[in-house]
Design a protein around this ligand. Structure first.
Ligand SMILES: Cc1cc2nc3c(=O)[nH]c(=O)nc-3n(C[C@H](O)[C@H](O)[C@H](O)COP(=O)(O)O)c2cc1C
Length: 322
């Protein structure tokens, strides 16, 4: 049987199963103007460095048993495609500089890609208190990284059995960091986003970038409660989704560079958020990148390539209703 005949038979067989009437109301579909998406790089500057595609590998591993393996997979995919990447928490590295091999990824990323170290607000506060902020600058230099992503995660810390206690207001700590840190500063939550007042305070401080890490994806308040076998699921439903944060940033006319993350695993979702966002922005993913990276570099690269192509498919044929 020819390929066409077999396809026509499939269509007849599957016509009933294909019935679907649930419509995505966010878009208008315009088939008359678009063409098939291509994968040509479209270079742009993000956080002062060059990227080819608006896709960011969000902060994950560091200091764990498989950290080096996964970090190298993430960094080499970023290097091949021209993406940006944030390391997972570098706390272990600051405590034990001999761990540098787990985090030393600049050669895999190449000189132009944005590459950021990562610390929790509690560790930044501790370094300030001990007069050791220079150690963070030293690590920045040793890693040849471009800056620091500071995660502000009070709910996770509270529910984590061995969590840190946040004693100083994060906004005051970040202000002090800004006065002494030599690289670019990005601030983020880790999956519950942040509200208007926090966003405005960061914008007013003149922070370079923000990772939204909005509500709706990986939820560390839930994760910690699963981990510690606590019943009840307290505080797991609070937080700010990326879409609300974007609307707020648009109203503020903020000029920060934005990593839009927090459950951005669907290309349509990603396209919608990027179109809505007036800032220079990229899409960030953590959990899905880890899942795909666990199956190896080529698998992750194929996943990201296909994701980018589908966001371009959306761009070529869909307009969003504002
Ligand atoms: C396994 C894992 C480890 C993470 N570790 C960190 C971390 O060390 N520092 C940090 O700022 N965020 C960390 N995150 C949060 C992510 O960077 C991201 O902001 C969040 O998971 C939302 O993205 P997602 O919904 O695509 O997972 C981690 C996420 C995952 C899944």
């Amino acid at each position: 049987m020819s390929e066409i005949n077999s396809r026509k038979d499939d269509h007849v067989d599957l016509a009933i199963a294909s019935q679907h009437s649930l419509r995505d109301e966010r878009f208008e579909y315009e088939p008359m103007y678009g063409v098939h998406p291509d994968f040509k790089p479209e270079p742009f500057i993000f956080l002062g460095k060059k990227m080819n595609y608006p896709f960011w590998i969000s902060s994950m591993t560091g200091g764990g048993s498989d950290s080096k393996k996964y970090n190298e997979i993430f960094a080499s995919v970023c290097g091949d495609l021209g993406l940006g990447m944030g390391l997972g928490s570098c706390r272990a590295l600051l405590e034990d500089p001999s761990l540098i091999g787990d985090f030393d990824l600049r050669d895999l990323l190449g000189p132009h890609a944005p590459f950021f170290m990562n610390l929790g607000i509690a560790q930044v506060a501790e370094h300030i208190k001990n007069g050791e902020l220079h150690k963070i600058n030293d690590t920045l230099g040793a890693l040849r990284s471009d800056g620091l992503i500071v995660h502000v995660n009070p709910l996770q810390e509270f529910f984590q059995p061995e969590g840190d206690v946040i004693l100083d207001r994060p906004i005051d700590i970040i202000e002090k960091l800004k006065n002494t840190f030599l690289g670019t500063i990005v601030v983020k939550e880790i999956g519950q986003g942040m509200g208007q007042k926090s966003l405005k305070a960061l914008n007013d401080l003149g922070i370079d970038g923000l990772e939204l890490a909005g509500f709706g994806g990986t939820n560390f308040t839930k994760l910690e409660q699963i981990r510690s076998k606590t019943k009840g699921g307290e505080f797991i439903s609070v937080g700010e989704p990326a879409v609300e944060m974007i609307k707020c940033l648009n109203e503020m006319k903020s000029s920060m560079d934005i990593i839009i993350s927090g459950g951005m695993n669907d290309p349509l979702e990603a396209y919608y958020h990027q179109e809505l966002c007036h800032n220079n922005s990229v899409i960030g993913q953590a959990q899905k990148v880890l899942e795909m990276g666990q199956l190896g570099k080529e698998n992750l690269k194929a996943y990201i390539t296909s994701f980018i192509l589908k966001t371009r498919l959306a761009k070529n044929y869909l307009t969003i209703k504002h």
